[in-house]
Design a binder for this molecule. Structure first.
Ligand code: UDP
Ligand code: GLC
Length: 416
C-alpha cells in the first residue's frame, strides 16, 4: 500500500448501517415534508448536491434560499417550489470577514431566524445545507421545534473557518441538530474532532452522480464537440473544473504549464463568491509564465458532461483538503483519467494508479509528472479511466445517494 491509499472503511460501514437499518422509504402519506434551506443563489457543489434531492422530494418539500441567483432557476426547472428570503446585511457576512461587522447584521439575523422558523413550522423536517442556513435555522429551533438535519459540506477546521464560527458550530451541533450528514469521512472526522460528538452521530453519505448523463462521445464526434465549445480541436486538453478560488489551486495548474509544452489547460468555472482578484491574478500569472495562449478561461457552464467529455484528462488541484469533490466523480463518470490532490474526500474516491492518480496538494512538480505520464501512456490513462468509470457506477451512483439521504430524512422525522 503506498502513502496515498488510505481507505476509511469505518465511514462507509456507518453509512451502510443506516442504509440497512430499515425498510426502503417509499413515497407514502407518511413521507416527511421537508424545508430545505441554502444560503446561496449560486450553483456551487453543495447546491448541486441538494438539487436532485429536492427534486426527489418535490411533492412534499420546498427550498428556501437566503440569496437569489441562477440556482433558483435550476431548481424551478425541476419543478421544485422555491422561496427566496434575502437580507443584504446577512448576505454580506462572509467567512473571511466574521469579526465585528456581523454585529450590524443582528436585526437582519433575527429577521431571518424568524422567517425560517415560521416557514419550517409548515414542514416535518428542517434540512440545513450551508453554514448560514445552519446558524439561522438551528438558532430558531425554540420557535419551530422541528427536527433539524444538517448536511455538512465543509471540513470544519481553522484552514477554512475563523475561531468564532467554529465556536458557534460547536455549540449548535451539541444543542440544536438532530441528524448530521457529512459528505465524506474527512468532513465527518473534522466535525467529530471539533464538537466531541460520538463517531456514530455523523452519517457519511458521499455525493452521487447520474453516470448516464456523462456517456462519452466517440472520438469522431470529439472534434465537432470541441468546435462547438470553442476549444482547440486537436490540442491535448487538461480540464480543471470548479469555481475560481485560491484554495481550489488553479494557480498550481498554471505553474505546471511551462513544463508541459504539449498541454493546454481549460479552466471551467467562475469566481462565484467574490474572488475576482484571484481570477485576474490567474490571467496575470499565465501571461508572466508565457503560457497565456494555452490557458482557456471557459467561465461558468451548465453543460458539464459535454465539457468533461471534451477533455483528455480532468484535474483537481485544491491546496486544502477537499471536503468531497464532485468534479472528480464527474470526471470519472465521463470516463476521463483523473489527477487529484491527495487530501480530504479525494482519498475516499481516488486510488492511486488504480482508478486515477494522486499528487500531493500544491506540488506543481508532481502535477507535471502525473499529466506527462498519462499523456505519453494512453493505455495507462485509458485503464485508469475505465476503472474510475466502473467505480463511480458502483460506489457513487445518484440512486444510492438519494436512497441514503431519504432514509436520513425519514429517521429525522421519527426522532421527532
Ligand atoms: N460546475 C459547474 N459549472 C462550472 C464549473 C463547475 O456546474 O462552470 C460544477 C461541477 O460540475 C461540480 C460543482 O460545480 O458539480 C463543484 O463541486 P465540487 O464539489 O467539485 O466543489 P465545490 O465548488 O462545491 O467546492
Ligand atoms: C462543498 C465542498 C465540495 C463538495 C460539495 C458537495 O461545496 O467544497 O468538496 O463536493 O460541497 O458535497
Amino acid at each position: 500500500m503506498n502513502a496515498f491509499e488510505l481507505p476509511d472503511h469505518a465511514a462507509s460501514a456507518r453509512a451502510a448501517a443506516i442504509a440497512a437499518s430499515d425498510a426502503s422509504p417509499a413515497e407514502t402519506p407518511s413521507t416527511p415534508s421537508v424545508l430545505f434551506v441554502d444560503q446561496s443563489g449560486q450553483p456551487g457543489g453543495a447546491e448541486l448536491c441538494l438539487l436532485p434531492l429536492a427534486a426527489r422530494c418535490v411533492s412534499h418539500s420546498e427550498v428556501l434560499l437566503l440569496s437569489d441567483g441562477p440556482f433558483r432557476a435550476r431548481l424551478e426547472a425541476l419543478g421544485v417550489r422555491v422561496q427566496v428570503s434575502s437580507h443584504a446585511r446577512v448576505v454580506a457576512i462572509r467567512r473571511d470577514n466574521l469579526r465585528l461587522g456581523w454585529l450590524k447584521a443582528i436585526p437582519g439575523i433575527i429577521g431571518q431566524i424568524r422567517v425560517i422558523a415560521a416557514r419550517a413550522r409548515r414542514f416535518d423536517v428542517l434540512f440545513l445545507n450551508t453554514q448560514k442556513a445552519l446558524v439561522l435555522g438551528a438558532l430558531g429551533k425554540p420557535l419551530h421545534r422541528r427536527p433539524v438535519v444538517w448536511h455538512v459540506h465543509d471540513v470544519m477546521t481553522r484552514d477554512h473557518f475563523g475561531p468564532l464560527q467554529l465556536q458557534i458550530v460547536r455549540w449548535l451541533a451539541r444543542h440544536a441538530i438532530d441528524q448530521f450528514v457529512a459528505n465524506s469521512s474527512a468532513t465527518a472526522n473534522a466535525l467529530i474532532a471539533l464538537t466531541g460528538l460520538p463517531a456514530d452521530a455523523v452519517t457519511v453519505i458521499h455525493n452521487g452522480v447520474d453516470a448516464s448523463a456523462f456517456t462519452p462521445v466517440d472520438t469522431g464526434d470529439l472534434r465537432a464537440l470541441r468546435r462547438r465549445l470553442g476549444l482547440p480541436e486537436t490540442a491535448w486538453l487538461a480540464g480543471l473544473f470548479g469555481r475560481l478560488a485560491p484554495w481550489k489551486g488553479q494557480h498550481v495548474a498554471i505553474a505546471a504549464l511551462p513544463r508541459l509544452p504539449h498541454v493546454h489547460l481549460v479552466l471551467v468555472g467562475a469566481a462565484l463568491f467574490g474572488e475576482d482578484a484571484y481570477a485576474h491574478a490567474l490571467e496575470r500569472q499565465a501571461e508572466q509564465l508565457g503560457v497565456r495562449e494555452r490557458v482557456h478561461f471557459a467561465g461558468l457552464r451548465d453543460d458539464i458532461p459535454a465539457w468533461m467529455t471534451a477533455m483528455n484528462l480532468i484535474l483537481h488541484t485544491s491546496t486544502e483538503p477537499e471536503p468531497f469533490g464532485r468534479v472528480i466523480i464527474e470526471g470519472m463518470a465521463a470516463a476521463r483519467p483523473v489527477v487529484a490532490a491527495a487530501a480530504g474526500g479525494m482519498l475516499e474516491i481516488v486510488r492511486h494508479r488504480q482508478n486515477g492518480w494522486l499528487v500531493q496538494p500544491g506540488d506543481a512538480d508532481a502535477l507535471v509528472e502525473a499529466i506527462e505520464t498519462l499523456r505519453v501512456m494512453p493505455e495507462l490513462a485509458q485503464r485508469l479511466a475505465d476503472q474510475g468509470c466502473a467505480d463511480v457506477r458502483a460506489d457513487f451512483s445518484l440512486e444510492r445517494y438519494l436512497e441514503q439521504m431519504t432514509r436520513v430524512i425519514h429517521h429525522a422525522k421519527r426522532q421527532d
